[in-house]
Design a protein around this ligand. Sequence first.
Ligand code: FCB
Length: 458
Amino acid sequence: MSRNDDLKLKVPAGSPMRAPGFIFGVATSAFQIEGASDARLPCIWDSFCATPGKIRDHSNGRVACDHLARWHSDLELITSLGLDAYRFSISWPRVMHADGTINRKGVGFYLQLLDSLNERHCKPFVTLYHWDLPQYLQEQGGWPNRDTAFRFRDYVDQITRALGDRVYSYVTLNEPWCSAYLGYETGVHAPGLTDKTLSKKAAHHLLLAHGLGMQVLEQNSPATLNGIVVNLSPSYGATDSAADRAAAVAADTAMNQWYLKPLLQGVYPESLERLPVAERPDIQADDLNLISQPLDFLGVNYYTRAVYKADAAAGFVQVPPAPPLTEMGWEIYPQGLTDMLVSLHEQFDLPPVYVAENGAATADVIVDGMVNDATRIRYFQQHLDALDRALERGVRVAGYFHWSLLDNFEWAEGYAKRFGLVYVDYATQRRTMKQSAHAYAELLRERAAANGGTPAGS
Ligand code: FCB
């Protein structure tokens, strides 16, 4: 392979990914890029950032990528990539007042963004909740309080009316496992609590919020594609021993099936019955019907796999990842994407699937105005190949979104980890397209030309 080939992205001839209907996009989220925190209500991540020791570089989301002020030029970047779609999230505390009425000024930003995306034929995929719960709701108990699911429903009702017909697809929640488990059990994410019981309650109320949200979407926005995005870490045994294989199954049940089964089959895994009564969520009569309403699509995020060994006390423990690793310390394991998609396809009657996030943090530096992120391009290529193998096995994958458009606030890691296709110099807010961005644009140009057209957005 020549050095130049190393900087390219390819999709094999004949792959469904080459067809014009397959959606290629990028993803971002509000708290991670918007900044302008004074112009909205505080959220749980503002409070978490203000708590000493929670964010590795002591940073916060006050400015982030200053996207609210710079959205116009960021949109030019999206356009220049020739993307079919842009997945971003709405900041709940920006668009709703604490009294439950809509904040017209906050909504105005999203209306402009949506209109511009539509003018450029770039499909807007709108995530309604990407972790930035209004702080006043946390003060009333947050996700462990059942009422929060109903407040989410009210917000979805108001925002969908305000956005009208500008949206292509709605995602109710991004990665409820992270909100529940990292937020309320391990405490490494906002609101930073460490309580198993609260975490299980939060998980159930997040799923309920999704169900209530889907009901509103069906009513207010039946023409959009409506679904949810979950993060799944395919689970593997550390060895082939029966004990380690059983540990992997137990971990899969607790982490992945806990969300998939209620959403896709309207039941919780049987292991729910083995939880101490005090740790069980309060599941009311109609909850599972609401949670399992038909989805127009299932979004799955994939970054890495998880490897487990048996543990007498806990049942399973995760073993530290082995190289090759990204800057996050996450193992690069593209086959996990194929395995995850194929196993979903085998276990469930699936709607079309989107890979709603995939990407890598790499050690990017600007040299002579360029960022040569060959490691990211290689990761990207390996995962496109892995996706292609899943398509060959019959999984209906309708699109792929790379995380992320811009380097941004990587939650507990702050700004030190760079996932962007576009480099952000935080001192000047200057954006520089990395080689991976050029490679993505070239792939989309080449695909469009082969399909007899120009890429979307250009
Ligand atoms: C996912 C999140 C996203 C980003 C990536 C790296 O879990 O959805 O916001 O932080 O990880």
